[in-house]
Design a protein around this ligand. Structure first.
Ligand SMILES: [Zn+2]
Length: 142
């Protein structure tokens, strides 16, 4: 586990093995994203919520079952949101949306490649109205 505090935002990054089944980001454990994100617990101003820490590149392997990051360099915090609908094809997508409103690592967003196309029809995110770090076919159904 990695725990850092930046500008009053406490972030606890955990191994996938520690993420409860059915947790808000558990669906990502079975995707190719697993290599570059880990579940995180954020505490800020008396509230706490689960999200993921997402790095721009895969984390160096540090041994099973999960990579162990040395720090959060380059990482952004993101929420997994279900049920977004492509405005072009109507397909449902799950989106990793950069956590806004936290005074944490805002400049790291520039280091990430953002999603460019709908995972169903390939429409550009501008036409599809799907602006997010990552877009996936929605694991909760379409
Ligand atoms: Zn689409």
């Amino acid at each position: 586990m990695l725990r850092v505090t930046v500008n009053g935002v406490e972030v606890e990054v955990r191994a996938w093995a520690e993420e409860p089944a059915g947790g808000p980001v558990a669906a990502l454990a079975d995707t190719e994203l697993r290599a570059r994100c880990l579940p995180a617990l954020v505490r800020w101003r008396g509230r706490s919520f689960r999200c993921v820490a997402l790095w721009p590149e895969p984390l160096p392997p540090a041994g099973p079952p999960d990579p162990a990051p040395a720090d959060l360099a380059g990482a952004v915090l993101a929420q997994l949101v279900h049920g977004w609908r492509c405005r072009v094809c109507g397909g449902r997508v799950a989106a990793l949306v950069a956590e806004a409103g936290l005074p944490f690592a805002d400049t790291n967003r520039r280091r990430h490649r953002w999603a460019t196309n709908c995972p169903h029809c390939g429409a550009h995110v501008g036409r599809a109205r799907l602006h997010a770090l990552v877009l996936l076919p929605d694991p909760l159904g379409s």
